[in-house]
Write a protein that binds this ligand. Sequence first.
Ligand code: ZN
Length: 252
Amino acid sequence: MVGDMGAAPVDFHCHLDLCPDMRAAFDRCDRAGCITLAVTTTPKAFGRNRAMAATTRHVHAALGLHPQLVAQRAGEFALFEEAAPSARFIGELGLDAGRRFYPSFELQVQVFERAMAMCARLGDKVISLHSVRTAKQVLDVIERTGAHRTCTPVLHWFTGSGPEVRRAIDLGCYFSVNEQMLKSPRGRSLLEAVPLARLLTETDAPFQSETDGPRAPGDVDGAVRLIAESHRKRVEEIRTSVRATARALVEE
Ligand SMILES: [Zn+2]
C-alpha cells in the first residue's frame, strides 16, 4: 500500500522476536508500512533483530536488557556496552518492582543506571522504558543520568500518578500507549494530561492481553480510537499526529 502511508500505523514497543514466527511478524509490520520499534529483552538477541530489521523499511531494532531478566542476564552487560555506540534505538530498559522481580531490584537499579549513563554520554538515542511500580525511580534515573538532555526517553505502558506524568512531560519524555492501559482510569487520566505531540502507540505484542484476544504487532486501532475519544479529534487526525511523531524519532 503506497497511496496512504500517512495513515499507516505506529507500533513503538513490541517484541517481534518473541512472537511465534519472528520473520512473519517483521514482514507483517513492514508490509503494513507500520513504523515499528522492535525492542529486545537481552543484548544477545539484538544482533538477529538488527539483521532482520535491515531487510525491512519500517522496522527498527532496539538494544535492550529487560529488568525482569536482569537477575539472570546481568552478565550480558558487556555485550550491551559493546553494541550501544552503534545502536540508535535502546530498549527495553527500566525497572520492575512487581512482587516476582523485587528480589533483583538493587541489581536492576545498578544495571539501569549504568545503561542510562552510557546512553546519556553517547547521546542521540531513543530509549523505550519499562516502569512497573517504579515511575518515580525511573524518572529519578533519567534525571540523575541526564539522559533526557541528550536522548529521547519513551515511557512504555506508563502508569504513574498525575504528578509523575507531569514530571515526565517536563523532562521531555514521550509516551507509548496501548489499548489495554488506556481502558484503565490511570490510562484515561494520562491521556488527558499528555499533549498529542508526545503520544505514540504500541502493542507490547505478544504481551498485551485483551478480553477479545491478544493484539498482533501493529494492531493499534483500539489505542488510536481511545486517544481520539479523549482528545475529541477524528481518528484520522490521531493517526497523522502519531505517525509524524514517530517519523521524526526514527528519521524515516
Ligand atoms: Zn515490553
